[in-house]
Every structure is written in structure tokens, then in C-alpha cells.
Ligand binder design. Structure first.
Ligand code: UTP
Length: 483
């Protein structure tokens, strides 16, 4: 059978399937394409799950107004960092348990780096963004240096898994190759792409064409990580290496403490943790800070997206004036490999719901054939969120951490959560570490460090590690210091 005949047969079958779902416009330009382009388009269409999409479109129309919060919603309890990491017996027990587990090599690292980073507007994978204060080290290098430092400190090998998207996978791999994996062994780094979902027109529910021969696809959200971990073989690789717990973190926070003995000790051994999935939180700065909020319903921990939290609950306060729903999610989790396998293997992953977001998606107008660069959100993207797995854990623990210790995300080009705010937080933490070792550090009227200070994880993974380093007696106002 010739290629031409194969294509003809496929077109007829594919057209019928599309017509049955009201998506036949995807073949609008088919007859004008080259044979290679036709084949590519048909393959993309065949990979679509049209029934699932129809279900989602129906569900979203039906549920748009009925989605609500449970009546018994209450703030999630959490362990305070001070209590968990204290020098008393309980604190020491958590730390020691975590250290033992790390030294046994049961911890694997997992960065989700498949996002599109549209708010930052960086032309490349977000992990390649220059993040540090003075030397502008890219985000991936920030984590790689932590891995190297932790491997040295604990005398182990820590495998690192990185989820990309089909759109940024090749660029991410090339970046690691070009940078010689930042000094890590390539065999201990696993890079794999996540799944995708079609972007649909917000008004009509029709799948958008990115081009005449290609469907507009978006990564299926960080919740897509569960299936991608299984389908890429990463979970099997973890098992073969003896990894039992996954340190999950996002690519855009250079201050994430990716190997944290206290957190691991609590997750694996605290009486209120089933050891399936745990989370870190910071106290929300204000009622309108756009972070998800840890809550509890029916005894299960959950994250309520900030956009879903009614203003009265978002602003509710305790008698001392503090926010009642105080625990903001920083998207840092520990997930046991067994729990990830259970989610991915038993079909429960399908129970992670798709959320929809209205976004601007460039596309080709199927009527005119011209390219459209929308000024306003025109499309719906379907994404899964990893934190929806929390409600499937039987007992899920939340640990408080200090914003200035661990949360300096780079999400936006300017304003909140931008390179500028991240740099200030990085300098603030570095200044605090130096002050704890007797160094005089300049501060401005608001109490922020008034200098640009960068401490590599290779110099100090934790504040205590600075004890072994030759430090200056003081840092000058406005000075740039790299340690
Ligand atoms: P964000 O929610 O900040 O999304 O992702 P984003 O796509 O990076 O950025 P915007 O919204 O387009 O500006 C939080 C984390 O989850 C990862 C991102 O890479 C980031 O580390 N992520 C997000 C994925 O890995 N896959 C996705 O499909 C979405």
C-alpha cells in the first residue's frame, strides 16, 4: 500500500471520528498540506482522546457554577518549624530519622519543569533563567549545586528526575549537555517529558490549530507528573535504585531546600503522617496573596486555590489578628514512591481532576486561515494539579517554614515574585546566615539586607556550614559579595 493510500484511508476514519465530536475543523487545511504535513497532522489527531475531551467540555459547562467548597472546611493543622527542628528530644528525633534515611540513599529529587513560563516571558525553559543575585546562575545550576553539596555532605548519590514538556524537552537536554550537567554524572539525571492536552476555543469548545498542520497543545499541568513518572520509567528507575521518597519541587524557586532532613524525618515518621505525601507552607503575607491555602475537610488535607477561596474566608482572622487560613502552599512536597505508584497504577490518577484556565493561545483562524495573536484570553487549557493528590493520602502532614529561608520564586518579569523580589530574599537569607556567624551586614530602613550577597550551596548548604569558611568581618553597604 502506498503512503498516499494509507493517508487517504486514515483521513476518512479520522474525519468520521472528528465529526462525531464536532471537531472536524481540524482537517480544514488537510488537502492543502504536503504528504508529510498531512501524516503529522493525522498522527496528532489520533493521539487526542476525543471522548475524554468531550467529557471535560461537558463537565466544565455543567460545573462552572456549581463548584463549591465543602461545608466543613477548616484550616489545616501544621507543624511549626521551630518545634519540628528544635534541639529538644522530639526535634532531634525527626532530624536524626531524616538524616538516617538520606544516608541510606532512599531520597530522590524531582523537579517539575514542564511549565510554559508565560508570565516570566523568558525565551527558553524556565530552568535556564539566570536566577542568582550576583553571578546570575541559572535555576538548574542552583539545584545542581545543592545536589553536589548534599552528595558530598552525606556521602551518597542522589538521583535527580526532571519533568519537561514536549515543547521544552530538547532545549532542556541541550542545556544540561552544554553545561556538562553542572558537574553531576549524567547517569544519575533522568529527563522526561510530560503529557499534553489540546487547548480549546473558550467560546466554541473547538480544539485550536497552532498551525495548519498542528494542533495547539499545552502541557497537562504539574499533576501530569504522576502519569509521566510512570510512563517514562522513572518510578521503575527509582525502585531499582532503592529510592523510597521523592522530594518534589518547582523549577522557579532557587531557595527551595531540596534535601531537608527535618522535613523527611517528619514525613516518614511523625504520628500524624501516613508517609504518603507531605507539604511545606509559609504564613500568608496578606488576605490577597495569590498562593494556594492548606485546609482540611473530612479529616483530609487539601489545597484550596486562592481564586477559589471566598474573600470572607481568605480574610478571616483569629482573635490575635493573624489570618485564620494562614498556611500558604509553596508547592514543596515529599511523596513516597509507593504512593506515586498507587496513584499512577490503579487508575486513581484519573481521579485527579482537570482544572481549566483561560489563557491567550495563538492559533490559526479556521475560517480565514490567518494567524491570530489574541490580546485577551481566548482559550481554555486543561491542567491537573499535583496538590489534588493530597486528599487521596490518608494522613497528610504540613510543615511550616520561613519565607525568607525557602521561598523566593521567580514567576513574573516584574512586581511580586519577580527576579527583583527573589534577589532581595536571596540576599536577605545570605545576610542572615552571615550575621549568625558574627559578620556585620548592612540593612535598610525596612530591615532588608542592603548589599548583594550570593552564597553557593557548594560553600554552605545550610547556615551551620559557614562555620568552616573564612568570612569577612563586615559587608559594605551596596557591596557585591560572592561566597
Ligand atoms: P506555574 O503554575 O508557575 O506555571 O508552574 P508556568 O507554566 O511555569 O508559568 P506561567 O503560568 O505560564 O507563567 C509551577 C511549576 O510547575 C511546573 C512549572 O514548570 C513550574 O515549575 N509545571 C507547570 C509543569 O511542570 N508542567 C505544567 O504543565 C505546568
Amino acid at each position: 500500500m502506498s503512503d498516499h493510500e494509507t493517508t487517504t484511508i486514515d483521513v476518512a476514519a479520522v474525519r468520521r471520528a472528528l465529526e462525531a465530536h464536532g471537531q472536524e475543523h481540524l482537517l480544514r487545511f488537510h488537502d492543502e498540506l504536503t504528504p508529510d504535513q498531512q501524516r503529522s497532522l493525522l498522527e496528532q489527531i489520533e493521539r487526542l482522546d476525543l471522548d475524554e475531551l468531550a467529557g471535560l467540555l461537558g463537565a466544565h459547562a455543567a460545573s462552572a457554577e456549581t463548584a463549591g467548597l465543602p461545608d466543613d472546611l477548616e484550616p489545616a493543622p501544621y507543624h511549626s518549624r521551630a518545634e519540628a527542628a528544635s534541639d529538644d528530644e522530639i526535634g532531634q528525633t525527626h532530624r536524626k530519622r531524616g538524616l538516617d534515611l538520606i544516608r541510606r540513599g532512599v531520597l530522590g529529587l524531582f523537579t517539575v519543569a514542564g511549565g510554559q513560563g508565560t508570565r516570566l516571558g523568558w525565551n527558553g525553559p524556565k530552568g535556564t533563567y539566570p536566577a542568582t543575585v550576583v553571578t546570575g546562575k541559572p535555576l538548574f545550576r542552583c539545584f545542581a549545586e545543592q545536589v553536589i553539596a548534599a552528595q558530598r555532605k552525606y556521602g551518597i548519590t542522589i538521583p535527580w528526575y526532571i519533568m519537561t514538556s514536549p515543547q521544552n524537552d530538547a532545549a532542556t537536554r541541550a542545556f544540561f549537555t552544554d553545561n556538562n550537567c553542572f558537574g553531576l554524572l549524567r547517569q544519575n539525571i533522568t529527563i522526561f517529558p510530560q503529557g499534553t492536552m489540546p487547548s480549546v476555543d473558550a467560546e466554541t469548545g473547538r480544539v485550536l490549530l497552532a498551525d495548519r498542520d498542528s494542533i495547539a497543545l499545552n502541557p497537562d499541568g504539574h499533576g501530569g507528573a504522576i502519569l509521566a513518572l510512570r510512563e517514562s520509567g522513572a518510578l521503575d528507575d527509582m525502585r531499582s535504585r532503592g529510592v523510597e521518597h521523592i522530594s518534589y519541587f518547582q523549577v522557579d524557586n532557587p531557595m527551595t531546600r531540596i534535601v531537608d532532613p527535618v522535613f523527611l524525618g517528619l514525613h516518614a515518621g511523625a504520628t500524624d503522617s501516613s508517609g504518603e505525601m507531605s507539604s511545606k507552607m509559609v504564613a500568608r503575607r496578606s488576605a490577597d496573596e495569590p498562593v494556594g491555602v492548606f485546609a482540611r475537610s473530612g479529616g483530609r488535607t487539601m489545597v484550596v486555590e486562592y481564586s477559589d477561596l471566598p474573600p470572607d474566608l481568605a480574610a478571616a482572622t483569629e482573635p490575635d489578628g493573624s489570618l485564620r487560613f494562614i498556611a500558604g502552599s509553596i508547592a514543596v512536597h515529599l511523596i513516597s514512591v509507593a504512593f506515586a505508584e498507587q496513584l499512577a497504577g490503579s487508575g486513581t490518577d484519573a481521579a485527579l481532576p482537570f482544572h481549566r484556565a483561560r489563557k491567550k493561545v495563538p492559533h490559526v483562524d479556521v475560517e480565514t486561515g490567518s494567524s491570530v495573536e489574541p490580546e485577551e484570553p481566548n482559550a481554555v487549557k486543561f491542567e491537573k494539579f499535583i496538590f489534588d493528590a493530597l486528599t487521596l493520602a490518608s494522613s497528610s502532614l504540613v510543615l511550616e517554614t520561613d519565607r525568607t529561608d525557602e521561598f523566593a520564586p521567580i514567576k513574573n518579569g516584574r512586581g511580586n515574585d519577580s527576579p527583583a523580589t527573589s534577589h532581595q530574599l536571596q540576599s536577605d537569607r545570605a545576610g542572615r546566615w552571615l550575621e549568625a556567624h558574627g559578620v556585620e551586614v548592612p540593612r535598610d530602613a525596612a530591615g532588608h539586607v542592603d548589599a548583594q550577597i550570593e552564597i553557593s550551596p557548594l560553600t554552605a548548604l545550610e547556615m551551620e556550614d559557614l562555620v568552616a569558611i573564612d568570612l569577612p568581618r563586615l559587608v559594605g553597604r551596596g557591596e557585591e559579595l560572592v561566597l
